[in-house]
Design a protein around this ligand. Structure first.
Ligand SMILES: C[S@@+](CC[C@H](N)C(=O)[O-])C[C@H]1O[C@@H](n2cnc3c(N)ncnc32)[C@H](O)[C@@H]1O
Length: 275
């Protein structure tokens, strides 16, 4: 099986497991609605270790595209360093966060394209980036090739070695009894890059702290959503029981004990037109 076929299989099996847990209820129209606020960040913050590497080689006259820009965690700080940013983002709730932040911070050089990358009709730019998006993309080869075709200078992808949802895998197993399947991540991406014969560099960046929650209630609600457990379901009690052991208070917030420290990696390459 080719690495890109294995990638698709992993995405489809993980999604099938989610669908089975969701039951007859249709998937939400906007998966990100309950989580979009988590992706809002001050564009002028100085403590984000990913902005420097993502903006490496970015000239003030350059244009940049952020594929799956979310609430603009990366698109907005980078917009302050270059001429124009195109933020491609399909989720209406993420686009709303992005729009609210651009307006609140008077950032005027960001164009929002509300679309998936697969469907987006956009012009090439100097630098194309995509952070924590590829995990759920079925046609990873097409996704990467389109990024390559839309960049004049550089393409950069940030991914974790394994699913960002992995902090909840132990609770999934305790509550549902089966092993949570993982989405593909960095190792599988590197195999696909080899398959596509794209020369690349991969570098580890500063490790993220485990995800924290403001309150135990927020931790419970977001974990229940990720486990497809509805309020009133007796399995809610099982999550609460697991939390008695696994939810710990730290630095004024709450986190899940034993959650893996996720080290983001940046995979960079010169697009084929520049090689
Ligand atoms: C985990 S969030 C990351 C957002 C942002 N890149 C960040 O790092 O803060 C993943 C984002 O990818 C977007 N997304 C998912 N599939 C996509 C696709 N096929 N094309 C473009 N964006 C996609 C989602 O809507 C979501 O906003």
């Amino acid at each position: 099986m080719l690495p890109s076929e294995l990638w698709r299989k992993m995405v489809e099996e993980e999604h099938a497991q989610s669908d089975a847990r969701r039951g007859p209820e249709p998937p939400p129209a906007d998966h990100w609605a309950p989580f979009a606020a988590n992706f809002a960040a001050d564009p002028r913050r100085s403590d984000d270790q990913l902005i420097g590497p993502l903006g490496r080689d970015l000239e003030p006259t350059d244009t940049l595209m952020d594929v799956g820009a979310g609430g603009g965690r990366h698109a907005l700080p980078l917009a302050l360093r270059c001429q124009q940013v195109v933020a491609v983002e399909p989720s209406p709730s993420m686009c709303a966060v992005l729009l609210q932040l651009t307006s609140a911070h008077s950032i005027k050089n960001v164009t929002i394209v509300q679309s998936t990358w697969e469907d987006a009709e956009v012009e090439p730019v100097d630098v194309v980036i995509s952070c924590h998006v590829a995990y759920v993309v079925r046609d990873i080869a097409g996704f990467l090739r389109k990024m390559d075709a839309h960049a004049r200078k550089m393409v950069r992808i940030i991914l974790y070695p394994f699913s960002p949802q992995s902090e909840g895998f132990e609770i999934w197993e305790r509550v549902h009894g089966d092993k949570r399947l993982s989405l593909p991540g960095l190792p599988q991406l590197l195999d696909v890059m080899e398959e596509l014969k794209i020369p690349f560099e991969s570098e580890p960046l500063s490790a993220n702290h485990p995800r924290t929650y403001a309150t135990p209630q927020q931790a419970l609600e977001q974990t229940a959503r990720r486990l497809y457990v509805q309020p009133g379901d007796p399995k809610m009690r099982e999550i609460e029981l697991a939390f008695e052991e696994l939810l710990i208070e730290e630095d004024g917030g709450y986190r899940i004990k034993g959650a893996p420290v996720l080290v983001p990696h940046m995979v960079s390459w010169k697009p084929s037109t520049a090689r």
